[in-house]
Design a protein around this ligand. Structure first.
Ligand code: ADP
Ligand code: MG
Ligand code: MG
Length: 210
């Protein structure tokens, strides 16, 4: 079963709810190694997204995701606004005109998003950022696609790898973003952006599973 534009709408709604519920948690993580605003940034951005897309029931997936990207860029600010904004814009370009996505198209969508984050933030794997959730998720998605597993399982594997990657950020030294100002003191804390990335990927797996 492919992922439909309705699934994408439901994913965005679920993400909004999950990010709202985790506002305090994400802010707590950001208070340890940043400026204590990641929860409110994501909550504000996605509640604006939900308002924007509420009338877009018939829109294709690319149009939906591009709308998410422009909304996040204009409402979130900080580091994560342009980074998530670019991720969704690139994901939207990769899915332009599509009403549904098969496994290979889902992987291509995430590949475009990851390339966008890398280009925008000049970061790579292992720098204690959202990429440390996204890159393992993308690798898992590629592997699942090689094995031709159903889309539900592909998305579950991606979310599981994002979660492991998120947990692995605890031991990493931050070399990008505000957390890098702390140097060695950034070690021992989970990255807030990797955490929101996992929440968003888990929301997609849960949406398509149910
Ligand atoms: P700010 O740091 O401007 O307050 P947020 O708190 O909303 O923005 O987001 C912080 C998160 O952004 C970090 O936890 C990290 O995951 C992510 N981040 C910061 N810089 C980069 C970068 N150059 N590349 C990828 N992700 C980054
Ligand atoms: Mg912050
Ligand atoms: Mg900030």
């Amino acid at each position: 079963m492919p992922v439909t534009n309705k699934d994408i709408l439901h994913w965005l709604q679920r993400s909004t709810q999950v990010l709202h519920e985790n506002n305090a948690f994400l802010t707590q993580l950001d208070s340890a190694i940043g400026d204590a605003d990641h929860g409110s940034n994501m909550d504000r951005g996605f509640s604006a997204v939900i308002t924007k897309i509420s009338g877009m029931q018939e829109a294709d997936i690319g149009t939906l995701l591009k709308t998410v990207g422009t909304t996040l860029v204009s409402t979130v600010g900080g580091a994560s606004g342009p980074l998530y904004g670019t991720a969704f814009l690139r994901a939207g370009m990769a899915t332009a005109g599509k009403q549904h996505l098969e496994g290979a198209e889902i992987v291509a969508m995430f590949e475009a998003a990851v390339e966008g984050i890398k280009a925008r933030g000049k970061a790579q794997a292992g720098e204690k950022t959202m990429l440390d959730a996204f890159i393992p998720a993308l690798e898992a998605g590629k592997q699942a696609q090689l094995e031709q597993v159903p889309v539900t399982e592909l998305l579950q594997r991606m979310a599981g790898s994002a979660e492991s990657g998120m947990k692995a950020t605890i031991d990493l030294l931050a070399t990008k973003g505000r957390a890098s100002y702390l140097g060695e003191r950034s070690i021992g804390h989970q990255d807030p952006g990797a955490t929101s990335s996992w929440l968003i990927l888990q929301a997609l797996a849960d949406t398509v599973a149910s």
